[in-house]
Design a protein around this ligand. Sequence first.
Ligand code: TRP
Length: 336
Amino acid sequence: MSETTAKKRIFSGVQPSGKLTLGNYLGAIRNFDLLQDAYECIYCVVDLHAITVRQDPATLRRATLEVLAQYMACGLDPEKSTLFIQSHVPAHAELAWVLNCFTMFGEASRMTQFKDKSAKHADNVNVGLFDYPVLMAADILLYQTDYVPVGVDQSQHIEIARNIAQRFNNTHPGTFVIPEGMYPQAGAGAKICSLADPTKKMSKSDENPNGFILLLDKPEDIMRKFKRAVTDSDSRIILSEDKPGVSNLIQIYALATGKSVAEIEAEFAGKGYGEFKPAVGEAVVEMLRPIREKTEDLLKNKDYLEQVYTEGARRANYMAQKTLDKVYRKVGFVKR
Ligand code: TRP
């Protein structure tokens, strides 16, 4: 990746949770290989962010590699994109400190994710949790990022990153590119719902494990979950707002097979859920099979994974250090 590339730059941070869902895949990850041709892409597994809530060390280590392997299996190509682990690039923590001094207590206090997480982890409302958005701003600003692909739930974090960048630029002109959020388009598979409660978004934190499909689920588990999927009282297979269960399944089937909604409605006209649900299950099994197999291969090949994240960190370090040097000079630190 050269610094002089004309392509716009994308940075995205990924939580090191080993559990990626079908919703994550259809909503975002599936489009990564398109993004990496049009943009210069940097993907970072955010282990520093992860420890703002308690983690089991062995699980965190494994999940960090699992998420990397799954993203690669979904098409992220380490030859085209920079893939690295946040804690391998010290500039993230270093810039976060400087940005802390350009972030107001009041604005950080207004972050809804902080309020939600404080309520959820009431026994561990640590300063890191409060500082989470500032570290995220550092992630983004270090790479002079143009666009940040995130879910709408992250829009407040993008706004605070922009405000911090602007504030720093006001006193130190020309330091940071002001990034923009890149949000999923409505209707483009952006919102896959729970199979157990189709009025809710599919989420790995659903207490009912039948509600979500994981990318690494075994075929028999996928089939079982689809056969049990909650549908609606009448048995017609049509896309309709008052049939959220069937509509969700139609959407998934459409994305998995490339068929249009009209084609699917015609295919299943006069047929019942007994035929439709297993058909959706099979389509998803076939879509996910190569991803699961590739992920398993990668996780067996730890040396290759290590090579990928080491090279990624080397490239990321180079880019990040340039920005950090500039910031240190502007705030008045003596050159090392
Ligand atoms: N907060 C993001 C999330 O929960 C993860 C993240 C951390 C991130 N740093 C980032 C996303 C930088 C985009 C850019 O999904």
